[in-house]
Design a protein around this ligand. Sequence first.
Ligand code: SF4
Ligand code: SF4
Length: 400
Amino acid sequence: MSLDSAIDRCIQCGFCLQACPTYRLFETEESSPRGRIARVKDVLAGEVAPTVQSLQTFSECLGCRACETACPSGVHYEEILLYGRAELRRLEPEPRLAVRTLLRLISRPSGIRRMKRLWARLGRAAIRFARALRPRSPELRLLAALPNPAPQAAPTQGDPDVTMHRGCLMDVFWEGTNARAVLLLRDSGLRADLMEESAGCCGALHAHQGDTQTAREQAKRLIGAFETSGAKVISSLAGGCGAHLKEYPSLFADDATWRARAERLSNAVRDVATLLRGQGVRPGDDGGRRVTYQDSCHLRNGLKVTAAPRELLAGPGYCEMASAGSCCGSAGVYNLLRPDVADELLRRKVEEVREMGAQEVVTANPGCELQWRMGAREARLPVTVRHLVDHLWEERRGAQ
Ligand code: SF4
Ligand code: SF4
C-alpha cells in the first residue's frame, strides 16, 4: 500500500485510539494514530510545515502497529510511520550517540562479527560491571539486564527447508538461542540451518529510524543470501525482523526487479512458533509453573501471529497477561530514545505480572526479553524472563 492510499483509507473513526499505548498514556489527539495520520496529510498538503517540532509525534510513536490491528478500514500505518521518521531524520540527524554508533556497527556484517567477538570475550565482565554500577543511563541499564552469553553449536546440515536469519543484536547477544531454534526445528522434522553470517542485519532498525537508503542496501544483501541458501522458508526469532522481512517489497516501490525478488522472500517468511506447531510440536511439561506470555508487537500486529506461541505454552501453569498484546516499551531502540515513556509502559506491566503471581515471562523477541529482564531486575520481581525458544529448549532438557 502506498503512503497516499494509507492516508486516504483513514476515515477518522477513532477505533484505533484505545489500542494505542501513547494515546492511552497522554490522551491527546496528537499522540494518537489518527492524529499522526492527519499530521502527515497536512504536511503533504502543504498546510503544516515539516519541522522537527511538527513531526515530533513520530519520535513518541512506538511503531508497535497496534493501531493497524484495531483499524476496521485496513490502514497500513507502517507507511505513515516510515514517512514521519524519514522526514524527521532528514531534518535532524539521530541525536543519541549510542544509537548512531549501534546503527553504524550493525549496518555491515563485519561490524556484527566484531561485536560478536568482543561480546564472547568480554560479555560476562561487562554485565557484571554494569550491574555493580546501579546505572541510570538507558544504555547501561539495558547492558546490566542482558543475559550472559550461552553458546550452543548447530553444525550445518546443508540443503535446508528453513534458513534461520541470525539478525544483528540477536546474533551478538542471543547467538545460542538462534542455534537452539535450529535444533528444535530439526527435532520437529524440518531441515533447518542458520543463514550465512554475510546476510547481516535485515535493516529494520535503520528503516524505523528513518534511514531508508541503508535499509534498502541491507535488504538487497539479505535477499541475495536467502536466494543462495536455496531454502523455501526464512524465519527469524525477532518479531520486528520477521515483520520487516514481510514488508520488504514496500522498500522497492520504484524498482520492479528488486520488488519481485523482495516479494519472493516476503512470501517465504514464517515465524518459528508457527513452524513448530505446523510440525505437530505440543507444549511440554511446565511443572505447574505459572508461565505467562508477552506478545511481540510486530509478531502480533505485523505478522498476525498470536495463537501459535500460546499453543506451545499451553501447559497447566499457563496464565494469560491481560495486557499481553500491548507494547512493553522496548520497540527497537525506543527504550534508549524515550526511556520516560518506555519505563512507564513497562512499570504498569511489571505490576500486573506481580499481581498475577507469574513465575516466568516468555517473549518472542529479543528486545522485549531485554526490556522485561530490565523491568523485573529493577523492580525486584522474582520472575524468569526468556525467549520462547529457550523456554521450549529448557522443557525439552527437563524431559530427557
Ligand atoms: S481506526 Fe483506522 S480508519 Fe479509524 S481513525 Fe484509526 S487509522 Fe483511521
Ligand atoms: S504504532 Fe503504536 S504507538 Fe504508534 S500510533 Fe500505532 S498504536 Fe500508537
